[in-house]
Each structure stands twice: as structure tokens, then as C-alpha cells.
Design a protein around this ligand. Structure first.
Ligand code: AMP
Length: 282
């Protein structure tokens, strides 16, 4: 497997691929890879001539230094996992200096209010950091397609917005959320949960499933009340938000418009580990 740590070496390789008219798929990650990440990589392998995976824990998207310092990483394991999928995957594993040559700070982007609620409200500066790194990575990688998980749906919409605003010639591919058998969405942060918190964490998915099952019959206020009551039974769960919002503009609502598609979004702290998830309601 080819591994690049420097931007210039990766760019040389990419220029060669482009001159050979190879179709390039790109999967940006922060590492500590799990089956969720690997499903994106597998999709890219199927749809492109060449797949580039980046592993880079992007400091500017963390609004909490403790979260950044304790973010799980295991590059040796990540390499093995990627290699087990396909030895032709190209891994880009730069350090911070390579990506942020000057100051370690975010650029500023306008997301047309997609960042107004949910994660944008609870994690100040988070999406500016995400967009900064994805913008930098896309300028380097110049992929034909870029893969993002619906697990982070607000992030996905923000990247779709960025790609249009910056006129990147890449197609954003939405990928399904991969879950454990009990419904818990796979996340690198799950590694930080202790056994009892792992059991409790499945109630986030239960709350989302309740919303999905009852979206046609109960009104949104009623769904939110019932979900709040269900989750209040678990002292380990500190709910940041449970909202229902339209997929396009990500505006939380209490009133349903038949013409729009909706998702339920949840974020909670479980014994000190912050988890997010969402589900489509159609
Ligand atoms: P991260 O390493 O957390 O930045 O995630 C890298 C990519 O993997 C993002 O596009 C995520 O949305 C996606 N991802 C993370 N967890 C899952 C999951 N459980 N299922 C599908 N995609 C995921």
C-alpha cells in the first residue's frame, strides 16, 4: 500500500493518476477506523479506479482540547485494515504542519445557515474547522468523488454546500450509517465508552427509532416529549438535543410540511463521551 505523509509527494502521485485518466475516489477520516469508515472505502473501491483515504485528526474542528487530546488513534491498525480491503488503496497520513503550514486556525465559510442549529450551535467553530480541512484536502486530492457518512448528516450537508460554493469538480457521495446489532451507530468515540455506558448508548438509537415509528401518527411536540421522558430515565445520558429537522435546510421544526423530507437528530453526553446520531423519517 502506498503511504504518503507529504502533500507534495501525494500531489505528484495524483498528477500521474490524472494524466492516466484514472477516476479518483477520496475518503477523508480522522482514523481509528471501524466498519463505518470501511463501508465508505469499499464503496469508493467499487466506484473508482483509485481510492485515496486520509487519516488526519484535524485540530481546528475540536472545540474542546480534552476531546482532541483523548481522540483515539491507531495508525498501525488502520493501515492493516485498509490493506486487508485492497492493497492498492493510497493512504495519506500527514501531520498538522503539512496541512496547516502557517497558523493553526480555521478559514471562514458561509454555510447558508446549515450550521445554525444542532452541532453548529453546540460545538462553536466545529464546522468552520471541518470545512477548512476538507477545502484544503480537496485542493490537494482533486478527487472525482468524495465519500461522507450520513451518520454525520449536518457535516455531509455542509460539505455538499462547500463543494457547490467553491465550485469543486467532485461529487459528494452519501453513505449509509453502519450500526452495531443493538442499533448504536459505529463511531471512533465508542472506544471511550465503558461497558455500562455502551449498554446505555443504544437508547439514543431507540429514541430515533421511536421517532421514525411514530412520525406519521404523533405530532412532533408529542414525539419530543416522549423521547425526553424516555431518556430522562438514564442518569448517564445528558441530552444536548433531540430535534426533527428538514433534510435540506436543517431547520428544526414542530410542524410538518408534507412536501419536505425530515430526519430526527440526537446528541448526548454519555458518561463524558459525546455521541451524535440521526435517522431519516421517510
Ligand atoms: P470521522 O473519522 O469520524 O471524521 O469519519 C470519517 C467519515 O466516516 C465521515 O464521513 C463519517 O460520517 C463517516 N462515518 C463515521 N461513522 C460512520 C458510521 N457508523 N457509518 C457510516 N459512516 C460513518
Amino acid at each position: 500500500m502506498l503511504v504518503f505523509k507529504s502533500v507534495s509527494a501525494l500531489q505528484n502521485h495524483i498528477n500521474k493518476l490524472i494524466s492516466e485518466r484514472k477516476i479518483i475516489g477520496f475518503v477523508p477520516t480522522m482514523g481509528a477506523l471501524h466498519a463505518g469508515h470501511l463501508s465508505l472505502v469499499e464503496k469508493s473501491l467499487l466506484e473508482n479506479d483509485c481510492t485515496i483515504v486520509s487519516v488526519f485528526v484535524n485540530p481546528t474542528q475540536f472545540n474542546n482540547s480534552n476531546d482532541l487530546n483523548t481522540y483515539p488513534s491507531n495508525i498501525i491498525r488502520d493501515k492493516k485494515l485498509l490493506q486487508s480491503l485492497d492493497n492498492e488503496i493510497v493512504l495519506f497520513h500527514p501531520n498538522s504542519k503539512e496541512i496547516y503550514s502557517g497558523e493553526l486556525k480555521s478559514d471562514h465559510f458561509d454555510f447558508d445557515n446549515l450550521d445554525q442549529h444542532m452541532e453548529g450551535k453546540y460545538r462553536e467553530g466545529h464546522f468552520q474547522g471541518v470545512a477548512t480541512v476538507v477545502n484544503k484536502l480537496l485542493l490537494i486530492v482533486k478527487s472525482d468523488k468524495i465519500y461522507f457518512g450520513e451518520k454525520d448528516f449536518q457535516q455531509l450537508r455542509i460539505i455538499e454546500n462547500l463543494v457547490v460554493a467553491k465550485k469543486f469538480n467532485t461529487k459528494v457521495i452519501r453513505c449509509n450509517t453502519i450500526r452495531q446489532d443493538d442499533g448504536l451507530a459505529l463511531s471512533s468515540r465508542n472506544n471511550k465508552l465503558d461497558i455500562s455506558s455502551k449498554k446505555t448508548a443504544k437508547y439514543l438509537f431507540k429514541a430515533l427509532s421511536f421517532a421514525k415509528e411514530n412520525f406519521d401518527t404523533l405530532d412532533i411536540t408529542n414525539i419530543e416529549e416522549k423521547v425526553n421522558r424516555l431518556l430522562a430515565k438514564f442518569p448517564q445520558i445528558k441530552l444536548d438535543y433531540f430535534v426533527i429537522a428538514d433534510e435540506r435546510y436543517l431547520q428544526p421544526t414542530l410542524k410538518r410540511d408534507k412536501k419536505k423530507k425530515y430526519r430526527a437528530f440526537i446528541a448526548a453526553d454519555i458518561s463524558g463521551v459525546r455521541l451524535i446520531d440521526n435517522i431519516k423519517l421517510y
